[in-house]
Design a protein around this ligand. Structure first.
Ligand code: GCB
Length: 590
């Protein structure tokens, strides 16, 4: 798929619309992580009482029924549910406040950047509303150069995680609705003109090359040059900027390609008007040929595992590099070369760690089950969430699959909605593959038939199938025969069974480790016979919290389908999967 010219053309308006800053970690910033003051506002009185003003009484007779200074404190980043027992199941509004003392520099641009806030955020600086962001798993930012004062400032964020019918995800999910400012917050300092965005693309073929498109923003003065270098490859180029502050270059060069076996990353440098941005970028080619997935021109089998963005030990939203390292190390220990980051965009540290550790990534937006497919506004939200994920992660070599949906009902309205979304994704990023997890296969006398018309739209078909758990006996799985109406690669994006770690018994007794291992064994027999199978990501790496799993003494609100317990202890099925992956690895590539 070589659509470089199309990419140049299409990325221009999209980047402008989203205005995300590429690679915030490489910028000069004040971290606003740490303890914030919070007020839990279950009945939503804060707007009327103007909590956003963060006021203090001017005289003893002033009646003010709130005060941030003496209020409760919560850590940011962090969900509120696991920091305070009384907020464990809370869904509603929490107001966050913190002081920001700053030595404001003339000629500097300031951006207030949030890695993610679940779900609705209204952000105020010094009492003034900066804006609102909807969607719990993607970054957003505001230019606060005007509102920021030299010295003392106060930031207030109204966060609300109440579920609503027209949200994405909507009312019911099989995961915990963690609320709060769940990812890092930064006050970023930029030169008056700065590199706002950049996108790399590796072009394979007889004349391999690296394309770079760079975009600048800031002061009105246009033109100028960005100095671009990849020291290890001897690349050093001046990129001329056009009237819009955009420039591009194509460098003929043959980098060592990135792959799970050899996750080579190159340091890249972009210097512009006194600032330097460095990043680590891998170059690789992903494509399909018939029913094969080709990585760097060669067929690849995706040995994977699904995971939620939950901390490695216990409950809570994961957000740090350490969390990412532990979770992805476990995935590698299982024998994986691929991870399905379910069911929403995970934090940036995960994607960067996947680049570094050599794990191919399926990244996904939370178009989950039955959202309002007939609502145009909801469609716009899906596009927005996808665009924000793409803008953040487009330079990650690890990401090869964009997933637009999980287990959606088979009907015309949904197929129209998702088809439009797939077109949009292809248009915004023609360099990666589009997929979705589908569970609408029909049962025929000879087995299961993949015939959902939506499967026609995607590049790679994801199939979720719970043979031996939600339907049929484990033994029956071995006899499943799959046929597909579509000549496309298939990934079994989910299969699995629940087991409480340490709960032992007969292999036919549900929730025992023995039963889970048995379900795995028979499913793997099924997979051994599945035509066009190019990857697997069983459900799931570790147990995770879910309000839908109340069974006392077994689930206790944990979905028990993990190969690891919530504390990282391996269950029997882990070893079954591990051994199967051994048979699927190419010893020459280890
Ligand atoms: C599914 C869903 C996943 C659930 C899982 C289960 O099909 O995609 O989100 O957690 O099944 O455990 O039932």
């Amino acid at each position: 798929m070589k659509y470089w010219l199309v990419v140049f053309f299409l990325w221009l308006p999209c980047a402008n619309a989203v205005e995300l800053l590429q690679n915030t970690e490489a910028r000069t910033y004040h971290s606003l992580n740490g303890q914030w003051n919070v007020i839990v506002d279950a009945f939503d009185v804060g707007d009327k009482r103007q909590f956003y003003r963060d006021a203090s009484p001017q005289s003893p007779s002033d009646l003010l029924e709130y005060n941030f200074d003496n209020a409760q404190k919560l850590n940011v980043p962090g969900d509120w549910n696991t920091q305070d027992d009384t907020l464990f199941r809370y869904e509603g509004t929490v107001w966050y406040q913190r002081d920001v003392n700053i030595d404001k520099q003339a000629g500097t641009k300031y951006l207030l950047h949030f890695g993610a806030v679940n779900y609705l955020a209204q952000v105020y600086l010094n009492g003034e509303l900066l804006g609102q962001h909807e969607g719990g798993f993607t970054p957003f930012q505001f230019d606060v150069t005007k509102q920021l004062t030299d010295g003392h400032n106060t930031v207030v964020v109204k966060v609300n995680n109440r579920r609503e019918p027209d949200y994405i995800p909507t009312m019911s999910t099989d995961w915990w609705n963690y609320g709060g400012i769940t990812r890092p917050v930064k006050l970023i300092e930029l030169e008056e003109r700065y590199v706002s965005d950049y996108a790399f693309e590796y072009v394979s073929g007889e004349q391999p090359a690296i394309n770079l498109r760079v975009e600048t923003a800031g002061a009105i003065k246009k033109g100028g040059q960005v100095q671009f270098a990849i020291p290890e490859l001897g690349v050093s180029e001046s990129i001329m900027l056009n009237e819009q502050g955009v420039g591009q270059v194509r460098v003929s060069v043959e980098p060592r390609l990135w792959s799970p076996e050899s996750p080579k990353l190159y340091e890249i440098r972009l210097a512009f008007e006194g600032s330097l941005i460095t990043d680590k970028v891998g170059f690789r080619d992903i494509d399909i040929a018939g029913t094969e997935i080709l990585l760097n021109g060669e067929p690849v089998f995706l040995r994977g595992i699904s995971l939620h963005e939950e901390v490695p030990y216990g409950a809570g939203r994961a957000w740090s590099e350490d969390h990412a390292r532990t979770l992805l190390t476990w995935a590698k220990e299982l024998g994986s070369n691929y991870v399905r980051l379910a069911h929403y965009p995970h934090n940036e540290a995960m994607l960067r760690m996947a680049d570094e550790m050599g794990l191919l990534v399926w990244a996904e937006i939370p178009v989950y089950w039955d959202i309002q497919f007939d609502n145009e506004e909801v469609y716009k939200k899906a596009e927005q969430q996808f665009t924000e994920m793409l803008e953040r992660d487009k330079n990650r070599a690890s990401v090869i699959l964009w997933s637009v949906a999980n287990e959606t009902p088979k009907n015309e309205t949904r197929t129209e909605f998702l088809s439009a979304l797939v077109d949009k994704v292809h248009q915004l990023d023609p360099t990666r593959l589009v997929t979705a997890a589908i569970n609408t296969q029909s049962t025929t006398e000879y087995g299961h038939r993949i015939d959902d018309p939506f499967a026609e739209k995607v590049d790679v078909i994801g199939i979720n199938s719970y043979c031996g758990w939600y339907q049929d006996t484990p033994e029956e799985c071995a006899d499943y025969r799959w046929v597909s109406d579509y000549e496309k690669p298939i990934i079994v994006s989910e299969f699995g069974a629940g087991a409480l770690q340490g709960h032992h018994g007969n292999a036919d007794q549900v929730f025992t480790e023995e039963n889970q291992a048995k379900v795995y064994r028979y499913n793997l027999e099924m997979l051994d016979n599945m035509e066009h199978l190019r990857g697997v990501s069983p459900w799931i790496l570790k147990d995770f919290l879910s309000p839908r799993r109340p069974l006392a003494h077994i689930q206790d609100y944990w979905n028990r389908k993990g190969l690891l317990s919530e504390n990282g202890i391996r269950k029997k099925a882990w070893y079954v999967m591990h051994d199967w992956y051994k048979t699927k690895s190419d010893p020459e590539k280890q």
